[in-house]
Ligand binder design. Sequence first.
Ligand code: SAM
Length: 408
Amino acid sequence: MRGLSEAYAALTDVFVKKSFVGEAVKKQGAALTASKGSLRLTYGVIEHSFLFDYQIARLVPKAPKTAVAVLLKMGMYAIKYMDELPDFAAVDEIVKTASAVGKGGVKGFLNAVLRKYAEKEKDLLPESPIERLSVMSNRPIWLVNRYRKELGAEKAEKILLAKGTTSTHVRPSFAFGKENMRATLEERKIEFEETPHGFLIGSVGTISDLIEEGKVTAMSEGSIEIAEAALPFEGNVLDCCAAPGGKAVYLAERSKGKVYATDLYPHRVELIKRYAERMGVKNVVAEVKDQTMFDPLFENAFSRVLLDAPCSGLGTLPSNPDVVLFKTNADVDALVALQRALLRNVSRYVKKNGQVIYSTCSDLPSECGENVRAFLSENGAFKLVKEKYTEINEKGGEGFYFAVLEKQ
Ligand SMILES: C[S@@+](CC[C@H](N)C(=O)[O-])C[C@H]1O[C@@H](n2cnc3c(N)ncnc32)[C@H](O)[C@@H]1O
Protein backbone atom coordinates (compact mmCIF):
# COMPACT_ATOMS: atom_id res chain seq x y z
CA MET A 1 0.00 0.00 0.00
CA ARG A 2 1.39 3.41 -0.93
CA GLY A 3 1.76 6.19 1.62
CA LEU A 4 2.18 4.04 4.75
CA SER A 5 5.47 5.67 5.79
CA GLU A 6 3.77 9.05 5.43
CA ALA A 7 0.77 7.80 7.43
CA TYR A 8 3.23 6.75 10.16
CA ALA A 9 4.93 10.19 10.05
CA ALA A 10 1.57 11.98 10.31
CA LEU A 11 0.40 9.76 13.17
CA THR A 12 3.62 10.21 15.17
CA ASP A 13 3.19 13.98 14.71
CA VAL A 14 -0.28 13.62 16.25
CA PHE A 15 0.57 11.19 19.06
CA VAL A 16 4.07 12.45 19.95
CA LYS A 17 3.98 16.15 19.10
CA LYS A 18 0.21 16.55 19.67
CA SER A 19 -0.18 18.16 16.21
CA PHE A 20 -3.67 18.52 14.73
CA VAL A 21 -4.35 15.62 12.39
CA GLY A 22 -5.38 17.91 9.51
CA GLU A 23 -2.05 19.76 9.69
CA ALA A 24 -0.03 16.56 10.15
CA VAL A 25 -1.64 15.05 7.05
CA LYS A 26 -1.14 18.22 5.01
CA LYS A 27 2.56 18.24 5.95
CA GLN A 28 3.01 14.85 4.22
CA GLY A 29 1.69 16.24 0.92
CA ALA A 30 0.25 14.23 -1.97
CA ALA A 31 2.17 11.06 -0.98
CA LEU A 32 -0.45 10.71 1.77
CA THR A 33 -3.42 12.79 0.61
CA ALA A 34 -3.54 11.05 -2.78
CA SER A 35 -3.27 7.57 -1.28
CA LYS A 36 -6.86 6.73 -0.33
CA GLY A 37 -6.04 3.63 1.74
CA SER A 38 -3.28 5.25 3.80
CA LEU A 39 -5.35 8.36 4.36
CA ARG A 40 -8.29 6.28 5.57
CA LEU A 41 -5.94 4.34 7.83
CA THR A 42 -4.48 7.55 9.32
CA TYR A 43 -7.90 8.85 10.35
CA GLY A 44 -9.08 5.33 11.26
CA VAL A 45 -6.27 4.89 13.80
CA ILE A 46 -7.32 8.12 15.52
CA GLU A 47 -11.03 7.27 15.34
CA HIS A 48 -10.40 3.95 17.14
CA SER A 49 -7.48 4.97 19.30
CA PHE A 50 -9.12 4.25 22.67
CA LEU A 51 -10.19 0.78 21.50
CA PHE A 52 -6.67 0.00 20.29
CA ASP A 53 -5.12 1.28 23.55
CA TYR A 54 -7.42 -1.04 25.48
CA GLN A 55 -6.56 -3.99 23.24
CA ILE A 56 -2.79 -3.30 23.27
CA ALA A 57 -2.85 -3.31 27.07
CA ARG A 58 -4.22 -6.85 26.91
CA LEU A 59 -1.95 -8.07 24.11
CA VAL A 60 1.43 -7.06 25.51
CA PRO A 61 2.66 -7.14 29.12
CA LYS A 62 4.45 -3.76 29.00
CA ALA A 63 3.18 -0.56 27.35
CA PRO A 64 5.17 -0.03 24.11
CA LYS A 65 6.82 3.31 23.26
CA THR A 66 4.50 5.72 21.43
CA ALA A 67 6.15 5.21 18.02
CA VAL A 68 5.81 1.41 18.32
CA ALA A 69 2.21 1.80 19.54
CA VAL A 70 1.52 3.87 16.39
CA LEU A 71 2.79 1.02 14.18
CA LEU A 72 0.73 -1.48 16.17
CA LYS A 73 -2.42 0.66 15.84
CA MET A 74 -1.84 0.99 12.09
CA GLY A 75 -1.67 -2.80 11.82
CA MET A 76 -4.68 -3.29 14.06
CA TYR A 77 -6.75 -0.88 11.98
CA ALA A 78 -5.71 -2.61 8.74
CA ILE A 79 -6.56 -6.05 10.18
CA LYS A 80 -9.88 -5.10 11.79
CA TYR A 81 -11.30 -2.55 9.36
CA MET A 82 -9.67 -3.01 5.92
CA ASP A 83 -11.52 -6.04 4.58
CA GLU A 84 -9.94 -5.60 1.17
CA LEU A 85 -6.54 -6.48 2.68
CA PRO A 86 -5.96 -10.09 3.87
CA ASP A 87 -4.64 -10.23 7.46
CA PHE A 88 -1.24 -11.69 6.49
CA ALA A 89 -0.76 -8.88 3.93
CA ALA A 90 -1.67 -6.25 6.54
CA VAL A 91 0.95 -7.65 8.96
CA ASP A 92 3.48 -7.73 6.15
CA GLU A 93 2.83 -4.11 5.14
CA ILE A 94 3.32 -2.88 8.71
CA VAL A 95 6.53 -4.89 9.18
CA LYS A 96 7.87 -3.41 5.91
CA THR A 97 6.80 0.08 7.00
CA ALA A 98 8.66 -0.39 10.31
CA SER A 99 11.90 -1.00 8.38
CA ALA A 100 11.22 1.91 6.04
CA VAL A 101 10.83 4.35 8.95
CA GLY A 102 13.92 3.15 10.84
CA LYS A 103 12.12 0.88 13.31
CA GLY A 104 13.46 -2.40 11.92
CA GLY A 105 14.44 -3.44 15.46
CA VAL A 106 10.79 -4.10 16.40
CA LYS A 107 9.89 -6.10 13.26
CA GLY A 108 9.73 -9.41 15.13
CA PHE A 109 7.66 -7.92 17.94
CA LEU A 110 5.16 -6.34 15.51
CA ASN A 111 4.90 -9.53 13.51
CA ALA A 112 4.15 -11.65 16.59
CA VAL A 113 1.69 -9.25 18.24
CA LEU A 114 -0.24 -8.48 15.05
CA ARG A 115 -0.55 -12.16 14.12
CA LYS A 116 -1.92 -12.92 17.57
CA TYR A 117 -4.31 -9.97 17.19
CA ALA A 118 -5.56 -11.17 13.80
CA GLU A 119 -6.04 -14.74 15.03
CA LYS A 120 -7.96 -14.21 18.24
CA GLU A 121 -7.94 -10.75 19.81
CA LYS A 122 -9.40 -8.32 17.31
CA ASP A 123 -12.95 -8.44 18.72
CA LEU A 124 -11.83 -7.96 22.31
CA LEU A 125 -14.08 -5.46 24.14
CA PRO A 126 -14.22 -4.40 27.79
CA GLU A 127 -16.87 -5.93 30.03
CA SER A 128 -17.58 -2.85 32.11
CA PRO A 129 -20.35 -0.79 30.42
CA ILE A 130 -18.53 2.54 30.96
CA GLU A 131 -15.24 1.24 29.56
CA ARG A 132 -17.13 -0.31 26.66
CA LEU A 133 -18.83 3.02 25.92
CA SER A 134 -15.43 4.69 26.09
CA VAL A 135 -13.84 2.44 23.46
CA MET A 136 -16.95 2.32 21.27
CA SER A 137 -17.38 6.10 21.25
CA ASN A 138 -13.62 6.80 21.15
CA ARG A 139 -13.74 9.07 24.18
CA PRO A 140 -11.68 8.79 27.37
CA ILE A 141 -13.46 7.38 30.42
CA TRP A 142 -13.48 10.71 32.29
CA LEU A 143 -15.35 12.24 29.35
CA VAL A 144 -17.90 9.44 29.17
CA ASN A 145 -18.52 10.01 32.88
CA ARG A 146 -18.82 13.76 32.34
CA TYR A 147 -21.44 13.30 29.58
CA ARG A 148 -23.35 10.85 31.80
CA LYS A 149 -23.27 13.24 34.75
CA GLU A 150 -24.40 16.23 32.67
CA LEU A 151 -26.98 14.53 30.44
CA GLY A 152 -28.07 11.35 32.22
CA ALA A 153 -27.03 7.84 31.13
CA GLU A 154 -29.53 7.38 28.30
CA LYS A 155 -29.06 10.70 26.51
CA ALA A 156 -25.29 10.51 26.99
CA GLU A 157 -25.15 7.10 25.31
CA LYS A 158 -27.24 8.34 22.36
CA ILE A 159 -24.98 11.37 21.85
CA LEU A 160 -21.75 9.45 22.35
CA LEU A 161 -22.65 6.71 19.89
CA ALA A 162 -24.11 9.00 17.21
CA LYS A 163 -22.46 8.45 13.83
CA GLY A 164 -21.18 11.49 12.00
CA THR A 165 -19.84 11.92 8.51
CA THR A 166 -16.43 12.81 7.14
CA SER A 167 -18.04 14.69 4.21
CA THR A 168 -17.41 18.42 4.11
CA HIS A 169 -20.10 21.08 4.08
CA VAL A 170 -19.39 23.92 1.68
CA ARG A 171 -21.33 27.07 0.86
CA PRO A 172 -21.11 29.50 -2.03
CA SER A 173 -20.23 33.14 -1.43
CA PHE A 174 -23.33 35.33 -1.76
CA ALA A 175 -21.85 36.85 -4.93
CA PHE A 176 -21.38 33.40 -6.56
CA GLY A 177 -24.70 32.00 -5.37
CA LYS A 178 -26.20 28.54 -4.96
CA GLU A 179 -27.39 28.16 -8.56
CA ASN A 180 -23.88 28.68 -9.96
CA MET A 181 -22.42 26.34 -7.41
CA ARG A 182 -24.92 23.57 -8.11
CA ALA A 183 -24.28 23.94 -11.86
CA THR A 184 -20.49 23.71 -11.32
CA LEU A 185 -20.80 20.58 -9.15
CA GLU A 186 -23.01 18.93 -11.77
CA GLU A 187 -20.70 19.92 -14.61
CA ARG A 188 -17.73 18.39 -12.74
CA LYS A 189 -19.76 15.26 -11.91
CA ILE A 190 -19.11 15.76 -8.21
CA GLU A 191 -21.55 13.88 -5.98
CA PHE A 192 -23.32 16.20 -3.53
CA GLU A 193 -26.22 16.49 -1.18
CA GLU A 194 -27.96 19.83 -1.04
CA THR A 195 -28.54 21.47 2.37
CA PRO A 196 -30.40 24.69 3.30
CA HIS A 197 -27.28 26.86 2.82
CA GLY A 198 -24.90 24.80 0.72
CA PHE A 199 -23.78 21.31 -0.22
CA LEU A 200 -22.24 18.26 1.42
CA ILE A 201 -19.42 16.87 -0.71
CA GLY A 202 -16.81 14.13 -0.25
CA SER A 203 -13.70 16.28 -0.34
CA VAL A 204 -12.83 19.89 -1.08
CA GLY A 205 -9.91 18.81 -3.29
CA THR A 206 -12.25 18.71 -6.29
CA ILE A 207 -13.17 22.39 -5.92
CA SER A 208 -9.93 23.87 -4.58
CA ASP A 209 -9.89 26.41 -7.46
CA LEU A 210 -13.32 27.76 -6.42
CA ILE A 211 -12.12 27.99 -2.81
CA GLU A 212 -8.95 29.87 -3.81
CA GLU A 213 -11.04 32.28 -5.89
CA GLY A 214 -13.34 32.96 -2.91
CA LYS A 215 -16.43 31.65 -4.72
CA VAL A 216 -16.92 28.79 -2.28
CA THR A 217 -15.88 28.16 1.30
CA ALA A 218 -16.03 25.28 3.77
CA MET A 219 -18.46 26.18 6.58
CA SER A 220 -20.59 23.72 8.50
CA GLU A 221 -24.36 24.03 8.51
CA GLY A 222 -24.15 24.45 12.33
CA SER A 223 -21.79 27.45 12.02
CA ILE A 224 -24.06 29.03 9.42
CA GLU A 225 -27.06 28.60 11.70
CA ILE A 226 -25.18 30.40 14.49
CA ALA A 227 -24.24 33.31 12.20
CA GLU A 228 -27.86 33.45 10.97
CA ALA A 229 -29.02 33.83 14.58
CA ALA A 230 -27.32 37.27 14.63
CA LEU A 231 -29.29 38.43 11.57
CA PRO A 232 -30.78 40.85 10.73
CA PHE A 233 -29.14 43.70 12.62
CA GLU A 234 -28.93 47.49 12.43
CA GLY A 235 -25.56 49.25 12.36
CA ASN A 236 -22.44 47.32 13.29
CA VAL A 237 -21.86 43.92 14.82
CA LEU A 238 -19.13 42.75 17.17
CA ASP A 239 -17.75 39.24 16.65
CA CYS A 240 -15.66 38.83 19.82
CA CYS A 241 -13.78 35.57 19.22
CA ALA A 242 -13.69 35.67 15.46
CA ALA A 243 -10.69 33.78 14.08
CA PRO A 244 -10.36 32.24 11.55
CA GLY A 245 -13.32 34.37 10.49
CA GLY A 246 -16.01 31.94 9.29
CA LYS A 247 -18.94 33.70 10.94
CA ALA A 248 -17.50 37.23 10.66
CA VAL A 249 -17.21 36.93 6.88
CA TYR A 250 -20.69 35.38 6.61
CA LEU A 251 -22.15 38.31 8.56
CA ALA A 252 -20.16 40.80 6.48
CA GLU A 253 -21.55 39.29 3.27
CA ARG A 254 -25.07 39.60 4.63
CA SER A 255 -24.95 43.18 5.92
CA LYS A 256 -24.00 46.73 5.00
CA GLY A 257 -22.68 47.61 8.47
CA LYS A 258 -19.19 46.89 9.75
CA VAL A 259 -18.24 43.62 11.38
CA TYR A 260 -15.71 44.22 14.18
CA ALA A 261 -13.91 40.89 14.32
CA THR A 262 -11.56 40.51 17.28
CA ASP A 263 -9.37 37.68 18.55
CA LEU A 264 -6.79 37.26 21.29
CA TYR A 265 -3.91 36.15 19.05
CA PRO A 266 -2.24 38.35 16.40
CA HIS A 267 -1.51 35.39 14.10
CA ARG A 268 -5.18 34.42 14.22
CA VAL A 269 -6.27 37.99 13.45
CA GLU A 270 -4.14 37.69 10.30
CA LEU A 271 -6.20 34.61 9.37
CA ILE A 272 -9.39 36.70 9.57
CA LYS A 273 -7.87 39.39 7.34
CA ARG A 274 -6.70 36.87 4.74
CA TYR A 275 -10.03 35.06 4.76
CA ALA A 276 -12.01 38.31 4.32
CA GLU A 277 -9.70 39.26 1.44
CA ARG A 278 -10.12 35.88 -0.26
CA MET A 279 -13.91 36.11 0.04
CA GLY A 280 -13.83 39.70 -1.29
CA VAL A 281 -15.56 41.35 1.68
CA LYS A 282 -14.49 44.87 2.62
CA ASN A 283 -16.55 45.53 5.78
CA VAL A 284 -14.63 43.35 8.24
CA VAL A 285 -12.46 45.27 10.71
CA ALA A 286 -10.11 42.74 12.31
CA GLU A 287 -8.31 43.63 15.55
CA VAL A 288 -6.35 41.95 18.33
CA LYS A 289 -8.29 42.15 21.59
CA ASP A 290 -8.58 40.21 24.83
CA GLN A 291 -12.33 40.04 25.30
CA THR A 292 -12.09 39.21 28.99
CA MET A 293 -10.94 42.84 29.53
CA PHE A 294 -13.55 45.62 29.60
CA ASP A 295 -13.16 48.36 26.95
CA PRO A 296 -15.30 51.45 27.78
CA LEU A 297 -15.25 52.47 24.08
CA PHE A 298 -17.40 49.43 23.25
CA GLU A 299 -19.93 49.90 26.07
CA ASN A 300 -23.55 49.77 24.78
CA ALA A 301 -22.20 50.21 21.22
CA PHE A 302 -23.62 47.26 19.26
CA SER A 303 -27.06 45.94 18.40
CA ARG A 304 -25.54 42.45 18.03
CA VAL A 305 -22.62 40.87 19.86
CA LEU A 306 -21.57 37.38 18.79
CA LEU A 307 -19.59 35.41 21.33
CA ASP A 308 -18.50 32.23 19.58
CA ALA A 309 -16.53 31.20 22.61
CA PRO A 310 -13.30 29.20 22.78
CA CYS A 311 -14.49 25.70 23.69
CA SER A 312 -13.56 22.02 23.81
CA GLY A 313 -14.70 21.52 20.19
CA LEU A 314 -16.16 18.17 21.26
CA GLY A 315 -19.16 18.63 18.97
CA THR A 316 -16.89 18.61 15.92
CA LEU A 317 -15.61 15.09 16.55
CA PRO A 318 -16.62 13.72 13.11
CA SER A 319 -14.38 16.26 11.34
CA ASN A 320 -11.77 16.57 14.13
CA PRO A 321 -11.37 13.07 15.62
CA ASP A 322 -8.17 14.13 17.42
CA VAL A 323 -10.09 16.60 19.60
CA VAL A 324 -10.54 13.93 22.30
CA LEU A 325 -6.99 12.58 22.40
CA PHE A 326 -5.25 14.80 24.95
CA LYS A 327 -7.92 16.87 26.71
CA THR A 328 -8.43 16.55 30.43
CA ASN A 329 -11.42 17.21 32.65
CA ALA A 330 -9.51 20.17 34.13
CA ASP A 331 -9.03 21.62 30.60
CA VAL A 332 -12.81 21.62 30.10
CA ASP A 333 -13.37 23.21 33.53
CA ALA A 334 -10.88 25.96 32.65
CA LEU A 335 -12.75 26.59 29.39
CA VAL A 336 -16.05 26.88 31.24
CA ALA A 337 -14.52 29.53 33.53
CA LEU A 338 -13.16 31.44 30.51
CA GLN A 339 -16.52 31.23 28.68
CA ARG A 340 -18.30 32.69 31.72
CA ALA A 341 -15.76 35.53 32.06
CA LEU A 342 -16.11 36.36 28.35
CA LEU A 343 -19.91 36.37 28.44
CA ARG A 344 -19.99 38.55 31.54
CA ASN A 345 -17.66 41.09 29.90
CA VAL A 346 -18.95 41.28 26.32
CA SER A 347 -22.62 41.45 27.38
CA ARG A 348 -21.81 45.04 28.41
CA TYR A 349 -21.18 45.96 24.76
CA VAL A 350 -24.74 45.37 23.59
CA LYS A 351 -27.31 48.21 23.38
CA LYS A 352 -30.75 48.14 25.00
CA ASN A 353 -33.02 45.83 22.95
CA GLY A 354 -29.90 44.43 21.29
CA GLN A 355 -28.86 40.77 21.44
CA VAL A 356 -25.86 38.72 22.51
CA ILE A 357 -25.49 35.45 20.63
CA TYR A 358 -23.53 32.97 22.72
CA SER A 359 -22.33 29.87 20.89
CA THR A 360 -19.93 26.93 21.09
CA CYS A 361 -19.04 23.90 18.99
CA SER A 362 -19.56 21.66 22.00
CA ASP A 363 -22.46 19.46 23.06
CA LEU A 364 -21.57 19.46 26.77
CA PRO A 365 -24.23 21.42 28.71
CA SER A 366 -21.55 22.82 31.07
CA GLU A 367 -20.09 24.76 28.10
CA CYS A 368 -23.51 25.67 26.74
CA GLY A 369 -26.86 26.03 28.49
CA GLU A 370 -25.38 25.90 31.99
CA ASN A 371 -23.20 28.94 31.23
CA VAL A 372 -26.20 30.81 29.86
CA ARG A 373 -28.30 29.98 32.92
CA ALA A 374 -25.53 31.08 35.27
CA PHE A 375 -25.27 34.36 33.32
CA LEU A 376 -29.03 34.97 33.39
CA SER A 377 -29.19 34.38 37.12
CA GLU A 378 -26.61 37.18 37.61
CA ASN A 379 -28.03 39.54 34.95
CA GLY A 380 -31.68 40.46 35.34
CA ALA A 381 -31.35 42.81 32.32
CA PHE A 382 -31.19 39.90 29.86
CA LYS A 383 -33.82 37.44 28.74
CA LEU A 384 -33.38 34.22 26.79
CA VAL A 385 -35.07 34.53 23.39
CA LYS A 386 -33.90 31.34 21.71
CA GLU A 387 -31.67 28.37 22.45
CA LYS A 388 -30.67 25.42 20.32
CA TYR A 389 -28.45 22.33 20.54
CA THR A 390 -27.63 20.52 17.30
CA GLU A 391 -26.48 16.90 17.21
CA ILE A 392 -23.88 14.88 15.36
CA ASN A 393 -25.51 12.97 12.49
CA GLU A 394 -24.72 11.35 9.15
CA LYS A 395 -26.08 14.37 7.25
CA GLY A 396 -23.12 16.52 8.28
CA GLY A 397 -24.68 17.66 11.57
CA GLU A 398 -22.31 18.41 14.45
CA GLY A 399 -22.84 19.08 18.16
CA PHE A 400 -23.19 22.87 18.29
CA TYR A 401 -25.06 25.22 20.60
CA PHE A 402 -26.32 28.77 20.50
CA ALA A 403 -28.45 31.02 22.66
CA VAL A 404 -29.87 34.45 21.85
CA LEU A 405 -29.93 36.76 24.88
CA GLU A 406 -31.80 40.05 24.59
CA LYS A 407 -31.03 43.12 26.71
CA GLN A 408 -34.20 44.67 28.16
C1 SAM B 1 -14.35 28.81 18.38
S1 SAM B 1 -13.05 29.82 17.87
C2 SAM B 1 -13.90 31.04 16.92
C3 SAM B 1 -14.32 30.59 15.54
C4 SAM B 1 -14.84 31.75 14.70
N1 SAM B 1 -15.93 32.42 15.34
C5 SAM B 1 -15.27 31.33 13.31
O1 SAM B 1 -16.45 31.20 13.04
O2 SAM B 1 -14.38 31.14 12.46
C6 SAM B 1 -12.66 30.70 19.32
C7 SAM B 1 -11.63 31.80 19.16
O3 SAM B 1 -11.54 32.50 20.41
C8 SAM B 1 -10.26 33.07 20.50
N2 SAM B 1 -10.03 33.51 21.90
C9 SAM B 1 -9.65 32.76 22.96
N3 SAM B 1 -9.58 33.54 24.07
C10 SAM B 1 -9.94 34.80 23.72
C11 SAM B 1 -10.05 36.06 24.40
N4 SAM B 1 -9.78 36.16 25.70
N5 SAM B 1 -10.41 37.14 23.70
C12 SAM B 1 -10.68 37.06 22.36
N6 SAM B 1 -10.58 35.90 21.65
C13 SAM B 1 -10.23 34.79 22.32
C14 SAM B 1 -9.36 31.93 20.02
O4 SAM B 1 -8.11 32.41 19.60
C15 SAM B 1 -10.20 31.35 18.85
O5 SAM B 1 -9.78 31.89 17.62
